[in-house]
Design a protein. Structure first.
Lengths: 443, 415
């Protein structure tokens, strides 16, 4: 196949959205490839080996059976911090970035918090489901997530009983996970909840257990259908509804291109393809190849989520999570409002303006200075010549070759004034300021 | 035993490490103080208003308890709070009501006449989705479409001063985001990072230059710039307030938790005299679908300690220092207990207003226990927008019909 080079700005866009950004050196290399080669390469990384990320060692995570040993001490906070560092570490070093990105987006789609689940091992198990099943058939994924121990606890399926079913999971399954609001009634919630009774967490094995004695096997009237539905039937029905097709497409497009509702016309462009097989890899392929993905609306359509900004900054600075003790990056993200495994509610995190408050700006200032404080900036420190060239070098380092005059002149004025007062090249502060630029916050 | 993460510990991760105290070292106070003086003439008689949002759906029936009702006991079975444990409030006309036993501090404030209990609050055609019902409460519009928040529309109508509304925590509740204006947010400054480059005045000058949007800048990128610009406007003063004021002491033996820390910050900012009319704090999660009894008791105890500690800083009404806390949630919970020893999403619930200038007593009306909606939920008696109208007219000084609420709503006479 003839290889046609791709505009580096578009490559950078693709790698920010489908991953966590590319370094300038990576961009040089990638820009020699055609768009099709780039997209196919990212999609190929969704399955098969991912040696770089898999080399990040998984910390010890106590399982439920392990903790049943009398006298066992479970340090949940420590395990949680270790787990956060592990996942952030994977995102930073991965050579299959779309796989980690999709895992993150599925965490956003099925927001589950350790503050209720309690077990870091269960949060890991759910994360593993997202990573291994997320790129395939969406119904298969939801069937697995529905029985996942973290979810059984998070939305109370575990404690629902046939004599008075708990509505929590049935409602959020439809509202947040598969269809969106307005596509079901309160009666559907009540009937759906009956079908999930008897779904329990086995505290001995730590896995899913179907308790037929506590299952309501009566006839249910659900979304216009009638039958002795089981939980699996409900998941099958909701994931195959036309409303679900539009919902899943709109959610992914919102995180990859720009925010849309299910009724946005762009959603319709993907419905036919997605409805055929509910295959997420094929859907991503179609999205990355849609002209609107590289439209101005898309290019200016998203700010980075804090996790994306942190991971992207670590990557361009040549850092891993290693210099940071467990809890440090977690705390920095917490000050901005997005800690992995701890979304604020089942509603998850918002996007764009949601991340633009004065409080978040304060958090970003601390994040940027912490990263610049440990990065190896000798290349900048040794830079010589005109300050303008040094500023260009700093901006290029973090992948911002083309910034506004406003940003360039702000960084330049800092360089000049610090150099006047200290005589040194203030690489750390320059890098901090560049990381805080509004341009770097754009995804 | 699944572990419940310690709230204090979690807070350290979430709110800790704010940088505001770092900022105070590198920007002068003078410009901010003059801004504060300019706003001083507009300080209203009541207020500031402190919006306290309990996310998840607080169980109104077990907050203000109809403890003599046999129907209540049938509904709640083991979740029903026995009459000898409730803290009696008196008869509102529907029967005897009492606070949950965790609300001892609020009960004392009730006896001092500083607590308004507003019963049966919600809106027509209840929506049982957290998201939709929160959206309705936040926008004060019944279509549940995400839109400008009601306090955001108040900000739109009253200028551009970033001090007018402050929210605690890094992300803003949608209620405080308008079409053009939004609240500022503050984070806990008690753990300043000494390594901040902000100690250098050159850095803060360059940061201000960097965080100034320019004509034609793409909207989201400009929004990013403005968030940093506004941080520089409010950061110094908020940080100064937080570093000079002592947080009010919580009652001994209680854990005010996350909400306590947030209200401590607000108390410090009010005591310092910031020209701020609206503060916002929020807390999750009251979504007690399972094993509600202990969880709810603990959360109410923290809320009680937090509010009581906060109020101890404001014993008497004084100009600019008569905070009115309004505690609300997106819906109440099902009258009937579910099989998980919890309750599900429902409708009408109770709103509490607390403050030195509040006229204590019963407002609204307890819904009927015999006439329920088709899904066996209580039917609301009092539109939540009447609470907002009270705030807008009697604290924020807006006229009876304004652009903020779509239409006129009769205020409730609790101020």
């Amino acid at each position: 196949m003839l290889s046609v080079a791709t505009n580096p700005a578009l490559v950078a866009h693709l790698y920010r959205r489908a991953g966590f950004g590319a370094t300038p050196a990576e961009l040089d290399d990638l820009s020699r490839k055609s768009w099709t080669e780039l997209v196919d390469g990212l999609l190929a990384g969704l399955t098969g080996p991912g040696p770089a990320a898999d080399a990040v060692p998984l910390p010890h995570l106590t399982t439920l059976p392990e903790s049943n040993v009398p006298g066992y001490y479970y340090n949940g906070w420590q395990e949680y911090s270790n787990l956060v560092n592990w996942w952030l570490g994977r995102m930073v070093v991965t050579d299959t970035p779309l796989r980690e990105k999709l895992t993150l987006l599925l965490h956003c789609q099925f927001p589950t918090s350790i503050t209720k689940v309690g077990w870091a091992s269960m949060m890991y198990a759910q994360n593993h489901i997202f990573r291994t099943l997320g790129a395939g058939n969406f119904e298969t994924l939801v069937q697995a997530v529905a029985k996942d121990p973290a979810m059984l606890i998070w939305l109370d399926t575990d404690t629902s009983h046939r004599d008075a079913p708990n509505q929590n999971f049935a409602r959020e399954l439809m509202e947040r996970f598969t269809m969106g609001i307005g596509n079901y009634t309160q009666e559907d919630v009540i009937q759906g909840a009956r079908a999930f009774t008897g779904w329990e967490l086995d505290t001995v094995s730590g896995g899913f257990f179907f308790n037929s004695y506590d299952h309501d096997n009566g006839v249910k009237h659900f979304l216009g259908r009638t039958g002795r539905f089981m939980g699996e039937d409900i998941v099958h029905i909701v994931t195959n509804e036309p409303a679900s097709h539009r919902w899943v497409i709109s959610r992914l497009w919102t995180w990859l291109a720009y925010p849309v509702t299910p009724s946005n016309p762009i959603v319709q462009d993907f419905v036919h393809g997605y409805a055929k097989d509910l295959n997420v890899t094929n859907l991503l392929d179609a999205m990355f190849n849609h002209p609107a993905f590289v439209s101005p609306q898309s290019m200016q359509g998203l700010v980075k989520q804090p996790i994306e900004l942190l991971v992207g900054a670590l990557r361009v600075l040549g850092l891993t999570t290693a210099p940071f003790s467990p809890g440090t990056l977690q705390g920095l993200l917490g000050a901005i409002g997005q800690v992995p495994f701890a979304p604020p509610s089942v509603g998850g995190w918002g996007w764009n303006e949601y991340w633009q408050s004065t409080g978040a700006a304060a958090g970003y200032m601390q994040l940027a200075s912490s990263l610049a404080g440990v990065a190896n900036l000798t290349a900048l420190e040794n830079a010589d010549g005109h300050p303008a060239d040094q500023v260009t070098a700093a901006l290029s380092l973090i992948g911002l070759p083309d910034v506004s005059d406003r940003t360039r002149s702000a960084v330049t004025s800092l360089a000049l004034s610090l150099r006047q007062s200290s005589g040194a090249w203030p690489a750390q502060q320059i890098a901090t300021l560049a990381l805080l630029s509004p341009e770097f916050a754009m995804n | 035993m699944p572990l419940t993460l310690d709230r204090r510990q979690f807070l350290t991760g979430v709110l800790g490490g704010g940088v505001a105290t770092g900022l105070v070292r590198f920007t002068g106070l003078s410009s901010l103080l003059s801004m504060a003086e300019a706003s001083a003439s507009t300080v209203p008689r009541n207020g500031p208003f402190v919006l306290c949002t309990l996310y998840g759906g607080n169980d109104g029936l077990n907050t203000v308890i109809p403890y003599e009702s046999g129907i209540y006991r049938d509904w709640r079975q083991s979740l029903a709070i026995p009459g000898d444990q409730v803290l009696p409030l008196g008869d509102d006309g529907s029967g005897q009501l009492g606070f949950h036993p965790s609300l001892a501090g609020l009960h004392s404030l009730w006896k001092e006449g500083k607590v308004a209990v507003i019963s049966g609050v919600e809106y027509p055609h209840p929506n049982f989705s957290h998201f939709a019902s929160q959206t309705i409460w936040q926008t004060a519009r019944l279509d549940a479409d995400p839109d400008a928040g009601w306090l955001g529309r108040w900000l739109d109508a009253t200028g551009t001063d970033p001090f007018r509304a402050l929210s605690v925590g890094p992300t803003l509740p949608p209620a405080l985001v308008g079409y053009n204006q939004q609240a500022s947010s503050v984070v806990d400054s008690t753990q300043a990072n000494a390594q901040l480059p902000g100690q250098n005045p050159a850095f803060s000058g360059a940061y201000k230059q960097l965080m100034k949007s320019f004509p034609g800048e793409p909207a989201l990128q400009a929004g990013q710039a403005n968030s940093g610009g506004n941080l520089m406007l409010i950061g110094t003063k908020a940080a100064d307030a937080l570093s000079h004021e002592q947080p009010p002491a919580a009652p001994a033996g209680s854990d005010p938790g996350d909400i306590g820390t947030q209200l401590d910050i607000v108390a410090e900012l009010i005591s310092y005299g910031l020209p701020t009319s609206v503060y916002s704090v929020s807390w999750s999660s009251f979504d007690t679908h399972s094993n509600q009894a202990n969880t709810h008791a603990e959360m109410l105890a923290s809320l009680d300690a937090a509010v009581t500690g906060f109020m101890s800083a404001f014993p008497k009404a004084a100009p600019g220092k008569s905070p009115v806390i309004v505690i609300c949630s997106e819906f109440g919970r099902t009258p009937k207990m579910n099989a998980s020893l919890g309750t599900d999403h429902s409708s009408a619930s109770v709103v509490l207003a607390v403050g030195p200038a509040v006229k204590g007593g019963f407002y609204g009306a307890t819904p009927s226990f015999t006439k329920l909606d088709p899904y066996e939920n209580l039917i609301f008696t009092t539109d939540f927008r009447r609470v907002y109208a009270t705030v807008l007219e009697q604290i924020l000084g807006m006229g009876p019909v304004s652009s903020v609420l779509d239409g006129a709503f009769r205020p409730i006479d609790f101020l």
